[in-house]
Design a protein around this ligand. Structure first.
Ligand SMILES: [Fe+2]
Length: 249
C-alpha cells in the first residue's frame, strides 16, 4: 500500500518526537504492508511554521537513518497545509510542497480546521485551480460543518478537489460521526485516496491494513486497491522528492 499522509518527521509538528519514533512508525507501516510513504508535516502558520527547506532537512536526516538500518521503503515528502490566505504568497514564491501531480496539476494536501469550513475557502480553492494547483482535502470526514451538512463538500468536488479519508476514521477511531461520513463519501464515489495520517504508535498508528480489509469487506478488493494502492501510487510516483531505497543498491 501507499500512504500519502503521515507525520513521521521528528520534532517539527505533533507527530514523531524523535528519530526513534519516526523509525517505529515506518517499521510498523512496513510490517502492515505499506511500502511507500509521503511525510506530510503540518504547515500551519502560527502553530507549525514549517517551510520547504526545513522539511527537506529533517527528511534527509530520516532517509539516511533508513539506509543505515536497511529498511526497505520508499519515502517522499510534502506537507499538510492548513487553509489560510498566506497560501497564495507561498504558491507565488514556489514554497508549497506538493504531494505530486494529478492530471497535470500540482496536488496540494489541504486541511480545513476540524471545527468548520472557513468562509472564503471556495474562493481560495478557485485561485489555486487558476494557478494549476489541485487541492486534495485532508480528512473531510472529521469536519464538524460536514458532519451536519455532508453536501457542503459538493461545491469543492464541482471545482475539482479530491478527497482523502483517514484509515482510522473508517474503523471508528475518530468517533461515530467521522466513521459514518467517511463511509458515506466512499459510497458516493467521492473519495480518491485512503491514508493513515499516523502520528504516533500509541494512539495514532498506521491503520491502513485494517481499513483495506474493511473496504474489501464492504465493497470488494478492486475498490480497496484503488483507494489504498492504485490512486495513491500514481500520485506518489510523481512526487518531486522521492527517495528510494533502491537508488542506493
Ligand atoms: Fe495530518
Amino acid at each position: 500500500m501507499i500512504d500519502l499522509h503521515s507525520h513521521i518527521l521528528a520534532g517539527i509538528d505533533d507527530g514523531a518526537r524523535s528519530i526513534d519514533d519516526s523509525i517505529a512508525l515506518i517499521s510498523q507501516s512496513v510490517d502492515s504492508g505499506v511500502n511507500k510513504i509521503i511525510a506530510t508535516p503540518h504547515l500551519n502558520i502560527g502553530s507549525f511554521d514549517n517551510d520547504l527547506a526545513g522539511i527537506e532537512d529533517v527528511f534527509h536526516h530520516l532517509f539516511n537513518k533508513i539506509i543505515e538500518l536497511n529498511i526497505t521503503v520508499e519515502l517522499a515528502f510534502a506537507a499538510e497545509v492548513r487553509i489560510c490566505p498566506e497560501i497564495i504568497l507561498l504558491a507565488k514564491n514556489k514554497q508549497l510542497p506538493f504531494l505530486g501531480k494529478h492530471k497535470g496539476q500540482n496536488l496540494l494536501l489541504l486541511e480545513f480546521p476540524d471545527s468548520h469550513i472557513p468562509p472564503g475557502s471556495e474562493k481560495l480553492v478557485a485561485w489555486l485551480f487558476e494557478h494549476n494547483i489541485c487541492p486534495i482535502i485532508a480528512h473531510p470526514e472529521r469536519n464538524r460543518d460536514l458532519w451536519e451538512h455532508p453536501n457542503l463538500i459538493d461545491d469543492f468536488i464541482k471545482q475539482g478537489c479530491l478527497l482523502q479519508i483517514t484509515a482510522a476514521s473508517l474503523l471508528g477511531g475518530f468517533g461515530e460521526k467521522s466513521q459514518k461520513l467517511g463511509w458515506h463519501y466512499i459510497n458516493l464515489g467521492l473519495v480518491h485516496v485512503v491514508a493513515s495520517d499516523m502520528h504516533n504508535l500509541k494512539r495514532r498508528p498506521n491503520r491502513m491494513l485494517e481499513a483495506y480489509k474493511a473496504i474489501t469487506e464492504k465493497f470488494d478488493i478492486n475498490k480497496a486497491n484503488k483507494l489504498c494502492i492504485d490512486n495513491p501510487n500514481s500520485i506518489f510516483i510523481s512526487n518531486a522528492f522521492i527517495k528510494s531505497f533502491k537508488e542506493i543498491l
